[in-house]
Design a protein around this ligand. Structure first.
Ligand code: TRP
Length: 378
């Protein structure tokens, strides 16, 4: 039995990503396919080369469409239950790369409804406020309003609802229970919610049909997301066929590990993750206290070397902060050889993190002026 759990509502234990590919029935994204994506995109991305995006569904079919010059779209999203942390930014950075490469539209869903339904302690007003706040992080990453539609569920529901209904009508309670593990105590809004998350995957085709008058027009969609969102889209893919839409393709990312060791940054432990709203001083403190792959003593670490695999500092560099392959390889080698100790490695990461945060926060504040241009209500 696997001793980890990955669902859209909970990630627990030490995730075995190979096992997850088997459990979920996805395909590995490696070797030739990763290269093909880079070729189609015109350039590679370090998250691809390092297998941070490690799994997919129907990516080759999506790339066929891109290569044939067809209109395509990207779709991703965020459950606005608090401030944005670096683990959330990871798939968005990759999405930006894909959008720039394909020159296509991005549909970005803010599920304020979901977080209201699933989180005991949040009001509707709070999840809506977080949706607007989290949107600033997208603008700060450089997404442009003319190609990016941010869809806040409660605000854009008029356009989502007909599609959500189509999906809901084709989804039985027993399917939803089997996929999500709902039981008799689940509120009924939660049961319906997955059809709301399906809607933006169908929306690009609907808008194309409206625009061109062609009743059967289809726009292939690619969804970059963390692997925990896959269960929703399994359902979307099952019904989209029946509804006359293409199945959305997916690329899945691993989780950015917790700074305290263990698998995923946790919203309930502020020390385990770095928020985009942390002061550079707070972020530096978190890095300096991070869990590492070091040894009990300096002498031992010089003699035996550190273990980059379990080291959250090394993993932050690998997955987010050191895009330069040669620099990363040299640093990891030196760490393994005991030439670099934890203090220095942490300092190096802290420098990268604080520089990133300062720049991100400047752009984030600037974005307050223009953010309304991103919100799409149909
Ligand atoms: N349910 C997601 C979350 O809690 C938010 C989301 C909505 C999403 N649509 C998406 C994430 C599409 C990835 C892709 O974070």
């Amino acid at each position: 039995m696997a001793d980890f759990v990955v669902t859209p509502w909970e990630v627990r234990g030490s995730v075995d990503y190979d096992e997850l590919v088997r459990q979920f029935g996805t395909q590995r994204l490696d070797g030739g396919l990763a290269e093909r994506l880079a070729r189609t995109a015109g350039e590679s991305h370090f998250m691809l080369r390092r297998n941070v995006f490690f799994s997919h569904r129907d990516l080759p079919q999506f790339l066929d469409a891109v290569e044939r010059g067809r209109k395509v779209a990207l779709y991703t999203g965020r459950g606005p239950s608090g401030s944005t942390h670096l683990g959330h930014l990871m798939p968005w950075v990759f999405t930006k790369y894909l959008q720039d490469a394909f020159g296509c539209e991005l549909y970005f869903q803010m599920t304020d409804d979901e977080k209201y339904l699933f989180k005991e302690n949040l009001t509707r007003e709070e999840t809506l406020a977080y949706a607007r706040e989290n949107a600033l992080d997208l603008a700060a990453l450089g997404f442009k309003p003319d190609k990016t539609k941010i869809i806040i569920d409660t605000q854009a529901i008029k356009r989502l609802y007909p599609l959500a209904l189509d999906v809901a009508k084709k989804t039985t309670l027993s399917t939803a229970r089997a996929i999500f593990g709902f039981d008799n105590s689940t509120n009924i809004g939660s049961v319906f919610f997955t059809s709301v998350q399906s809607a933006p995957a169908l929306l690009p085709s609907v808008l194309e049909r409206e625009k061109t008058g062609k009743k059967n027009a289809v726009v292939p969609v690619l969804i970059p997301c963390a692997i925990d969102q896959d269960p929703h889209f399994r359902l979307t893919r099952d019904v989209s066929d029946k509804l006359g839409y293409p199945k959305p393709a997916l690329v899945h990312t691993r989780f950015l590990p917790s700074l305290r060791g263990g698998e995923k940054m946790s919203a309930s432990d502020a020390e385990s993750s770095i928020y985009t709203t942390d002061t550079p001083e707070d972020a530096e403190r978190k890095v300096m206290r991070a869990f590492t792959g070091g040894r009990a003593t300096v002498e031992e670490q010089r003699r035996l070397g550190g273990d980059p695999e379990v080291c959250s500092v090394c993993n932050y560099l690998k997955m987010f902060f050191e895009p330069d392959d040669a620099k990363l390889a040299e640093r990891l080698r030196a760490y393994r050889a005991g030439e670099i100790l934890d203090g220095e490695n942490k300092q190096y990461l802290a420098g990268k993190v604080t520089a990133f945060l300062k720049e991100h926060q400047r752009k984030r504040e600037q974005a307050r002026k223009t953010i309304d241009k991103f919100f799409w209500e149909g």
